[in-house]
Ligand binder design. Structure first.
Ligand code: NOJ
Length: 462
């Protein structure tokens, strides 16, 4: 961080989007209301030990009932877009076939409210909440997921395509890998081969949904039109660096982790296949997925935009215990929550997209944010409660400085979405990881402003 005077939105291009990002399972609550079918986190979170304190998405932020006031807060703070996800099992309780009208009506009302408030709706079709009925049929391990997803996507494109300008097929495909290979996320399966197969099927489902999108709305426009409708995908880039760059073990480890993580998506999406390094890893480790002829043409559909989620980098070592973070990492800089403060990650990720993968379409930063920044509630002189979260303010400003540098150098970035408005259901961590700029308790009627919310309001002031 430079410590210069804080930036404001006037330092960014005219028309640059400033949004709040959320996802259905993390904020909606009403998990069993109005015909919604169960999704994998409703079930997984009930397995003892899987989430902090056994917390579930049942209530979350109760956005299902409180969306008018929560969207109003986004507007009040000065944001002009809301990135949200549809809950597949609220739209189709069994994942395919019958549509739940009340679910459709809920999203219609929420989108109408966004439009009234001047919040551009930016929709994600899948943010980690597979209908449980589909999981019973094998979930992402069943190749039929390609058809199931395309049916669901097609329904939403046809229903909301005229009012939603931006569509992402999947958010962070790696979460599906984590859910099938590592057992830490829903559905809790644990085999490397499952993770690789689930990811391959997911990528095919992405490609098939994009094809459906083009069938409905026509071929990709030559010039990006923010008015849409546009389609893309959201991938998180956490670039792995070797802790000791001259140590061949550390370097090889970081390289392999990059192959197994973000490159395993970017390669097929932009280069038309898995990299040689990943194919070798998968062959050596008996986890090559079943692939059909034509899969890579299917996956590599031309996209209108790319969604980049960026939170940090990762530093790897074959001997982590001996590498003391703050002592041996040059420039090591850690926040109170234990995470490294490395805002250059956003610049690095944009460079990787452009230089390593030739991404020439507009990029949106679809998520950036941090958690647990001295989150105590204090009472000010007027009796108003506040949360002083100075670390979050520094974190956001640091990332925005590097984002501005990228823009100044000509990177085509069109928007930035903060994760997130309210403390919400942070997957296995429940509400023990607080990412909001406004503090809330699950289902609670009150909201307590954090200093970062006020900073954003100043930043976004017209
Ligand atoms: C990425 C995910 O998309 C979102 O669901 C999650 O809450 C944030 N990162 C923070 O971990």
């Amino acid at each position: 961080m430079t410590g210069n005077l804080p930036l404001t939105k006037k330092d960014f291009p005219e028309g640059f989007r400033w949004g709040i990002a959320t996802s259905a399972a993390q904020i909606e609550g009403a998990a069993f209301e109005d015909g919604k079918g169960p999704e994998i986190w409703d079930i997984f979170s009930r397995i003892p030990g899987k989430t902090f304190g056994g917390q579930t998405p049942d209530q979350a932020c109760d956005y299902y009932h409180k969306y008018p006031e929560q969207l109003g807060m986004m507007k009040e703070l000065g944001f002009d877009s809301h990135r949200f996800s549809f809950s597949w099992s609220r739209i189709m309780p069994d994942g395919t076939g019958k549509v739940n009208r009340k679910g459709v009506d809920f999203y219609k009302s929420a989108i109408d409210r966004m439009l009234e408030l001047g919040l551009m709706p930016n929709a994600t079709l899948y943010h980690w909440d597979l209908p449980q009925e589909l999981e019973y049929r094998g979930g992402f391990l069943n190749r039929d997921v390609v058809n199931w997803f395309t049916e669901y996507a097609g329904f939403l494109f046809e229903t909301f395509g005229d009012v939603v300008p931006m569509w992402s097929t999947f958010n962070e495909p790696i979460a599906t890998y984590v859910g099938y290979a590592l057992g830490v996320f829903a559905p809790g399966r644990k085999l490397e081969k499952f993770g690789r197969q689930a990811n391959h099927n997911l990528l095919c489902a992405h490609g098939s949904a994009v094809k459906r999108f083009r069938e409905i709305f026509g071929r990709k426009k030559d010039v990006f039109d923010p008015a849409g409708p546009n389609v893309g995908i959201v991938v998180d880039v956490w670039h792995h660096h070797p802790a000791r760059p001259d140590d061949p073990g550390d370097a090889a480890l970081a390289e392999l982790e990059n192959e197994k993580a973000y490159r395993s998506y970017l390669h097929p999406l932009f280069k038309g296949g898995y990299s040689g390094a990943l194919l070798k890893y998968m062959a050596d480790n008996d986890c090559l997925p079943d692939m059909l002829p034509g899969d890579f043409e299917l996956i590599r559909q031309p996209l209108d935009f790319f969604g980049l989620n960026c939170y940090n980098r990762v530093v790897d070592s074959t001997d982590p215990a001996s590498v003391r973070k703050s002592v041996e990492f040059a420039g090591g800089n850690y926040m109170d929550n234990g995470a490294e403060f490395y805002p250059k990650a956003i610049y690095d990720a944009l460079r990787i997209l452009k230089e390593d993968f030739g991404v020439g379409i507009p990029v949106y930063i679809t998520e950036n944010g941090t958690y647990n920044c001295e989150e105590e509630v204090v009472t000010g002189p007027g009796g108003t409660e506040r949360v002083h979260d100075v670390t979050r303010i520094r974190y956001i400003q640091g990332f925005l400085e590097w984002l501005k540098k990228a823009l100044d150098e000509g990177y085509d970035v069109r928007g930035y979405y903060l994760w997130t408005l309210l403390d919400n259901f942070e997957w296995p961590a429940g509400n023990s990881m607080r990412f909001g700029i406004v503090r809330t308790e699950y289902g609670a009627p009150s909201y307590i402003m954090k200093d970062s919310a006020c900073m954003m309001k100043d930043f976004l002031r017209p």
